[in-house]
Design a protein around this ligand. Structure first.
Ligand code: KG4
Ligand code: ZN
Length: 350
């Protein structure tokens, strides 16, 4: 059995986890900085890295304790996110991981944050068993920084089918929520405001849906601009777009538009490439409307769908531990005794 301690500090969550054989999550601790960033309405990089410094030791200690690991040397490897993300934030996790690897002599596995999101779907959680090893697997990564459709032909084998041409879906949720003053972070705020709201008052575009030149690409900046134009139009008509009922109705239509494009393009790609499983991951995969809509769509197509348990949707370290296990498998852990790991703010998956 391979016990991996994983560390994740790419953005605004300080996280540590212990994962066995890439699937069994023994602990998954996350110290969120949401309250720190709320007053800025977004993640403030300087504040984020300082908060990671303050939290990291405790979070790692808690993850080890919860997993019943007495000494770091009892583990088999250390894994850490080395990109993409905020350089100053990544550095805190990478330096902590290097220190532990150096002191214990354990291998150090650098993990791409996006690969972590992908492998959040392989972790077994209560009532949410992980994905199987049947390929091809079609993956939709949908987070605050990325919106990508990726085809996996095997573990660690990725082909980028399409991506956002501008903003990520989560970024659009955050910007639209700010515009409508619905709260921070935007995704959960829009979801909450939109609950039970009828979709008959406003109509927003479904960008790039049924566009053959961009069949598997996305565009969310246009949708955000459409919301902005709608609010200006309402203001001209003497209607306050930020009044709670109006903001909720706009938010609900925005969510419906965002979700429809995500689900339809994923379904199209899954059929085109004969996917045997579909995985949706990243912070936006916590969205209830997306989960319900995707479940219905893929049940109709008869393709098994995986969406992680909520705790594994937004940034966490269990997904990094899962990814690290599958990443080291071909060569084995002995290939990872190199402490020269650096951070990469923009590290692509493929
Ligand atoms: O994966 P993640 O935690 O960090 C990145 O790697 O970017 O994703 C954060 C993003 C944010 O944009 C947040 O608004 C969005 O995920 N998000 C949601 C929900 N929960 C988080 N978007 C829609 N609905 C949600 N329930
Ligand atoms: Zn993420």
């Amino acid at each position: 059995m391979t016990h991996i301690l994983a560390i994740e500090t790419s953005c605004d969550e300080t996280a540590a986890a212990v994962v066995v054989d890439g699937r069994r999550v023994l602990s998954n601790r996350v110290a969120s900085q949401i309250e720190m960033h709320r007053r800025f309405g977004g993640v403030f990089p300087e504040v984020a890295s300082r908060q990671h410094v303050l939290a990291i030791q405790t979070v790692i200690r808690e993850a080890l304790d919860e997993a019943g690991v007495a000494r770091v040397a009892d583990l088999d490897a250390i894994a850490v996110t080395h990109g993409p993300g905020l350089a100053g934030s990544l550095l805190v996790g990478v330096n902590a991981a290097k220190g532990l690897a150096f002191a214990s002599g354990l291998p150090l596995i650098p993990v791409n944050h996006l690969e972590g999101h992908v492998y959040s779907n392989w972790a077994d959680m209560p009532n949410n068993p992980g994905a199987t090893d049947e390929f091809p697997v079609l993956v939709l990564i949908v987070s605050g920084g990325h919106t990508e459709l990726v085809l996996m032909s095997g573990h660690g084998e990725y082909r980028l089918l399409g991506r956002t041409l501008d903003d990520a879906a989560g970024e659009a949720f955050d910007k639209v929520a700010r515009l409508l003053e619905l709260g921070y972070p935007g995704g959960p705020a829009i979801q909450k405001a939109a609950e039970g709201v009828a979709l008959d008052r406003f109509s927003l575009p479904r960008p790039l849906l049924h566009n053959n030149d961009h069949r598997f690409n996305f565009s969310y900046s246009g949708l955000k601009t459409a919301v902005l134009n709608l609010t200006r139009q309402l203001e001209r008509e003497g209607i306050d777009p930020k009044a709670p009922e109006t903001a909720a109705a706009i938010g609900a239509e925005f969510q419906a538009a965002a979700v429809e494009v995500l689900v339809e393009k994923t379904a199209d790609a899954a059929q085109e490439y004969g996917a045997r499983q579909v995985c949706i991951c990243g912070g936006v995969s916590a969205n209830r409307a997306l989960r319900v809509s995707a479940q219905e769509r893929f049940a109709g197509l008869g393709i098994p769908l995986h969406i992680p348990a909520f705790a594994l949707c937004t940034d966490n370290a269990a997904m990094i531990g899962a990814a690290a296990y599958f990443r080291q498998q071909p060569s084995g852990l002995s290939a990872y005794h190199n402490l020269g790991v650096d951070v990469h703010a923009s590290l692509p998956l493929t």
